[in-house]
Design a protein around this ligand. Structure first.
Ligand SMILES: Nc1nc2c(ncn2[C@@H]2O[C@H](COP(=O)(O)OP(=O)(O)O)[C@@H](O)[C@H]2O)c(=O)[nH]1
Ligand SMILES: [Mg+2]
Length: 298
């Protein structure tokens, strides 16, 4: 039965893809066999969209996926639900905004929750993207809210990280600089129908010019709701994919994924209640030292 499932999702059967992802996500029966059956060197680009809530990430993904679907490309979207469990309103909003996509037979959308699995979420996403690559998807998008650590995590998982911003004052550019300048492969200034978009985009260009890199970070002005700039964004993503799959970058990206898997696998047998039980004995031994004791778990 498991072999049948593996056979079916590799043929792109959507129901089987969904089942395989659920098994992998929940560590259900056969999840290891699924993962070990995967070809993990498929060079399909994973594109991460990050940025503050309301910047227009979902709208941009919607426009881009519509563009790709029209080119007959098979596209998968992973939407990472922000940590809050009281998020159903905005999740429903995303569903509605993307609703046009649900009828497209070559677009697959999966929402995953970051709730309760902060340590394991990145590893989960790496596994899910590998399942999707093996199911024949040609573009894989991850949308995540850029709050706290999450935007940094996405940079290690995605081949291309698109940072979505909106026109703001000069002060905000400085805040942006300290947080996300380092992870952006492509900047989008969305809502460029707003005043000050050109000036803001130029400011971003000036800032990213100072970065020495083989890749010149493009700054693209878009209006997600009308599709303005989407073709340019598509071209920039393709151009970056060509760079990220070559040379040392390729191994660095794989190393980041490997690190996530190792980290999660090492942590999975460690639970605070069980540790507390062990400590009941250990802490009463003379000369107990937390740091010495911690080495038992490495
Ligand atoms: N004026 C304008 N509004 C936009 C644009 N892109 C998105 N929006 C609106 O901004 C709001 C938030 O968009 P959404 O895609 O949900 O943002 P997300 O939270 O980053 O995913 C929605 O009401 C969109 O219709 C744009 O380019 N111009
Ligand atoms: Mg969204």
């Amino acid at each position: 039965m498991l072999n049948q499932l593996i056979h079916d999702f590799k043929n792109g059967d959507f129901k089987s893809v969904a089942r395989a992802i659920s098994l992998v996500e929940n560590h259900g029966p056969g999840h290891e066999a699924i993962l070990e059956s995967l070809d993990t060197s498929i060079a399909i680009p994973v594109i991460g969209f990050t940025g503050p809530p309301g910047a227009g990430k979902s709208s941009l993904v919607n426009a881009l996926v519509t563009y790709w679907a029209a080119l007959q490309l098979k596209v998968a979207i992973i939407a990472v639900d922000p940590a809050s469990p009281f998020n159903f309103g905005s999740l429903l909003g995303d569903r509605l905004r993307m609703s046009g996509l649900f009828t497209m037979s070559n677009v697959y959308i999966r929402s995953i929750s970051s709730r309760g699995s902060l340590g394991g979420l990145s590893a989960s996403i790496v596994e899910i993207t590998d399942v999707l690559k093996n199911a024949g998807f040609q573009k894989i998008i991850i949308e995540t809210v850029g709050v706290g650590q999450s935007e940094v995590e996405i940079a290690g998982i995605a081949d291309t990280t698109v940072v979505v911003t909106v026109p703001e004052s000069g002060d905000e550019v400085q805040t942006l600089k300290s947080g996300v300048m380092e992870i952006a492969d492509i900047f989008v200034v969305n809502k460029s129908d707003r005043q000050g978009a050109d000036k803001f985009a130029q400011h971003l260009r000036d800032l990213s010019h100072n970065r020495s890199s083989e890749w010149q970070i493009p700054v693209i002005e878009t209006i997600a709701t009308t599709g303005k700039g989407i073709e340019e964004l598509h071209a920039a993503i393709d151009a970056h994919a060509a760079v990220s799959q070559t040379g040392a970058k390729k191994y660095l990206l794989m190393a980041e994924k490997l690190e996530q898997i190792i980290r999660r696998n090492r942590m999975q047998d460690i639970h605070v209640r069980e540790l507390a039980k062990l400590l009941e004995q250990e802490m009463n031994k003379p000369g107990f030292n937390l740091y010495v004791y911690s080495k038992n778990f490495i």
